[in-house]
Design a binder for this molecule. Structure first.
Ligand code: NIG
Ligand code: FE
Length: 407
């Protein structure tokens, strides 16, 4: 199959590039008036229209631009019910932390999750996956963390595995987040809950979870507890991808880096010390502007982090409490509008660096020969990267292909 008459093929990379650091994020390689060929779900060639091979199976992009499918490296897409009631409480002035402290928030989602069947959970998650695929997501990380009981966490992992089987056109990575909040049965016994996570939950996640996560923040898990969990997960081959510095300068960034984290995520509250540590490490700094938008929190200092030499990714944080949107186009727009990233930096943050944060940049995140044929074709009038980003709610997408399959 060949896509012809692409107005601009955007996001080309040498297949050996795994991540973009600092000012490397300033560049996006493009070909104007291009074609793109793929076979068996993989990109096999691209070039300028004047050298376009002839083929029986050709689709005309009619001058529309093409970008790599989005790599969303941080989501909580499996959940039950919704938290629209808390949304109303927030409008009336309650903070995210107050709602959590009163037994709402994550614990509310945990109660809901433990009361539904696998099928119900799967159907709701599959609906969300179909929605984000239609918005151009081609690779996604999904966390547990709404079970908070042994059975609930195992159920979530079962559902993630079923999603992986049901959506072969997507790349799905699974993260075990047993330490998202203290399960109700352990109220007032946080240390015992951490022991339970380590002794009972972790072994059941072996071979299933690619990564381990801890909500290391004020009012949730401490740096020492985080360190214990990450070290206990290491022998199972689960690399850390942790929640850090959302609510406070919690030490989460440092404990993540010390444990060789793939990424530390959120980072609404970081100072020069954290930025320096990230710039000197291989850990991806993942920021989640959708959570800042929804909760009215500060936006992470993405621009400063890039200027300082960090590898920065942006992800959706899709979840029912702090970011009920999995739209990566919107994340990219927030990156530019609110974090003052250039369109090039924003695209790199939601593609190649998002892939890096999931250990998937050998397969995803750019237009490269040998990578997945996963890309987004835009309508011809939306003729540039700045256009699609600035028109942040316009339905500019013409078609999405994931592993060569039209969605
Ligand atoms: O990334 N901060 C912790 N966890 C999620 C929110 C989970 C929830 O509120 O349900 C987040 O924002
Ligand atoms: Fe999150």
């Amino acid at each position: 199959m060949i896509i012809k008459n692409i107005g601009r093929l955007i996001g080309i990379q040498d297949p050996s590039v795994r991540r973009l650091r600092g000012r490397e994020m300033d560049d996006v390689y493009c070909i104007d008036n291009a074609w793109l060929r793929f076979y068996d779900g993989v990109i096999t060639g691209f070039g300028e229209m004047r050298s376009c091979p002839l083929n029986d199976d050709m689709l005309d992009a009619e001058g529309g631009i093409v970008i790599p499918a989005f790599c969303d490296s941080h989501t909580h897409l499996v959940w039950a019910g919704d938290r629209s009631g808390e949304f109303v409480d927030k409008i009336e002035g309650k903070s995210y932390e107050e709602i959590a402290a009163n037994g709402g928030g994550i614990l509310n989602s945990s109660d809901l999750l433990n009361s539904v069947s696998d099928d119900e959970l799967y159907d709701a998650a599959a609906r969300r996956l179909r929605q984000v695929m239609a918005m151009g997501t081609g690779a996604i990380e999904i966390k547990t963390g709404y079970g908070l009981t042994l059975e609930g966490e195992v159920k979530m992992m079962r559902v993630i595995e079923r999603l992986r089987a049901g959506f072969p056109m997507l790349e799905i990575k699974a993260t075990f987040l047993g330490a998202h909040a203290v399960g109700r049965a352990f109220a007032g016994r946080q240390g015992d809950y951490v022991d339970h996570v380590i002794a009972d939950m972790l072994p059941l996640m072996a071979g299933k979870a690619d990564f381990v996560d801890v909500f290391c923040d004020k009012g949730f898990f401490t740096v020492d507890e985080t360190d214990r969990i990450l070290k206990a997960a290491a022998p199972y081959g689960m690399l850390p991808k942790i929640h850090a510095n959302e609510l406070d300068c919690s030490g989460g960034v440092q404990v993540g880096i010390a444990n060789g984290a793939m990424s530390v995520d959120h980072l609404e509250r970081i100072g020069d010390e954290e930025i320096r540590a990230l710039a000197a490490s291989d850990t991806v700094a993942t920021m989640l502007p959708g959570a800042s938008f929804f909760l009215g929190m500060p936006y992470g200092s993405a621009r400063k982090a890039i200027d300082a030499g960090c590898v920065v990714a942006l992800a959706s944080d899709y979840n029912p409490g702090s970011s009920p949107s999995g739209s990566m186009p919107f994340v990219m727009s927030l990156g530019c509008i609110k974090m003052k990233l250039s369109p090039e930096r924003a695209l790199n943050a939601v593609s190649i660096n998002g892939a890096a944060a999931m250990g998937l940049s050998d397969r995803c995140g750019s237009i490269s020969i040998g990578k997945n044929a996963s890309f987004v074709i835009y309508k011809s009038y939306a003729s540039s990267l700045p256009y699609i980003i600035h028109a942040y709610s316009e339905p500019t997408i013409a078609a999405v292909y994931l592993k060569g399959q039209r969605i």
